[in-house]
Design a protein around this ligand. Structure first.
Ligand code: R5P
Length: 303
C-alpha cells in the first residue's frame, strides 16, 4: 500500500503512517503565483493500492481541488485502487435543499469523487447518517465516539452525577450511542435555533435534564463556537458545576477560539480530523487522535 498526503493535514497522515509502519510517499505540489496548483506523483504506483488523506475543511474548495488532482495523478499513473480518506467531509451540511433555488453542494462533490475514480471513501462523524446514502462508491463511516467514551472512562466521570448533552435535536442518535458505550449514562438534548441570515444561535428548550453535577456536551463539529457557547451557558444556568465538550471536527472558523475560551466549558476535547493552526489553539483545548482508527480501517480493507 502507498500512502499519500494532501496539504490539509500532513501530521495526521504521518501518525497514520507510523501506526501502519510505512512511510508517506512523496508528492510534488507546486503552487503557481496565481495560486493554481500542479500535482505530480513521484513514486511508481503502477498496480499499487493507494491511499490519500485529505480533510476538506477551510478552505474547503481549495482542499477539494487538491484532492481531485492527487486522485487524478494517481489514476493516470496506473494505481490499481484509490482510497480517499476525507476525515472531515467539507460541504456536508449542504446535503439537501433548505430553501428553493439552492445548490446541493455535497452531491456535486460526490459526483466528482465518483467520476475521477475514487474506489472507496473513509470519513468520520458525518453531520447526518443519511449522507452515506448519497454515495455511489463504498464509504466507511467511522466515529470518534469510541475515543470519547474511552476518555470519559479514563476521567472516571460516571453516570451517577453526569449527563451527556446533545446541543441540538439532530444529535440524539449520537448521544444515545455514546450513552450505550458508557453503561447507559443519562442523556439530554437541547433545542436550538439558528438564524439562517445571521448564523446566531439561541436555545429554545431542552429535554431530559434532571439532577446532575457534570454535563458533557457532544457534537459532530465546532465551527463558530456559537452552539457550544450558548449550550454551556444554558447548562450552567441549569446548575451544571462542570461542563466539558467533546466534538469530532474542530472546524474553528471565525472567532471560535475566543468564544470557546470565554465559554463556561472547562475543557474542549476535539480530534485531529482537522489540523488546528497553532494560533487557533487555547489552554482548554485537548486533541485526541483518530490515526489508529484510520490505520485499522485501512488494514481491514486489506489494502
Ligand atoms: C449543527 O447542527 C452541528 O451539529 C453543529 O452543532 C454546528 O455545526 C456547530 O456550529 P457552530 O460552532 O457554528 O455553532
Amino acid at each position: 500500500m502507498k500512502l499519500f498526503s494532501g496539504s490539509a493535514n500532513k501530521s495526521l497522515t504521518e501518525r497514520v503512517a507510523s501506526a501502519l509502519n510505512i512511510k508517506v510517499s512523496p508528492l510534488e505540489i507546486h503552487v503557481f503565483p496565481d495560486k493554481e496548483k500542479r500535482v505530480r506523483v513521484i513514486d511508481k504506483v503502477l498496480d499499487e493500492n493507494t491511499v490519500v488523506i485529505q480533510p476538506t475543511n477551510t478552505l474547503a474548495s481549495e482542499n477539494y481541488m487538491e484532492l481531485f488532482f492527487i486522485v487524478d495523478a494517481l489514476k493516470r499513473s496506473g494505481a490499481k485502487s484509490i482510497i480517499a480518506v476525507i476525515p472531515y467531509l467539507g460541504y456536508q451540511r449542504q446535503d439537501h435543499i433548505f430553501r428553493t433555488g439552492e445548490a446541493v453542494s455535497l452531491e456535486v462533490i460526490i459526483k466528482i469523487l465518483d467520476m475521477i475514480g475514487v474506489d472507496k471513501i473513509i470519513v468520520f462523524d458525518l453531520h447526518s447518517i443519511k449522507i452515506q446514502e448519497l454515495f455511489h462508491i463504498p464509504i466507511a463511516h467511522l466515529s470518534a465516539l469510541k475515543i470519547f467514551a474511552e476518555k470519559i472512562k479514563q476521567e472516571k466521570w460516571n453516570k451517577n452525577d453526569t449527563v451527556l448533552v446533545s446541543p441540538d435535536m439532530g444529535g440524539i442518535r449520537r448521544i444515545k450511542l455514546l450513552s450505550s458505550m458508557l453503561d447507559n449514562m443519562p442523556y439530554a438534548t437541547i433545542e436550538k435555533n439558528r438564524d439562517l441570515e445571521t448564523g446566531k444561535v439561541c436555545v429554545t428548550g431542552s429535554e431530559g435534564l434532571n439532577d446532575f453535577k457534570r454535563a458533557i456536551i457532544v457534537d459532530d463539529m465546532i465551527s463558530s463556537g456559537g452552539t457550544i457557547a450558548v449550550a454551556s451557558e444554558f447548562l450552567a444556568k441549569r446548575g451544571a458545576k462542570e461542563i466539558y465538550v467533546f466534538a469530532t471536527h474542530p472546524v474553528f472558523s471565525k472567532e471560535a477560539k475566543g468564544i470557546l475560551r470565554e465559554s463556561k466549558a472547562l475543557k474542549v476535547f476535539v480530534t485531529d480530523t482537522i489540523q488546528i493552526p497553532e494560533d487557533k489553539k487555547f489552554a482548554k483545548l485537548q486533541i485526541l487522535s483518530v490515526a489508529s482508527m484510520i490505520a485499522k480501517e485501512l488494514k481491514a480493507t486489506n489494502h
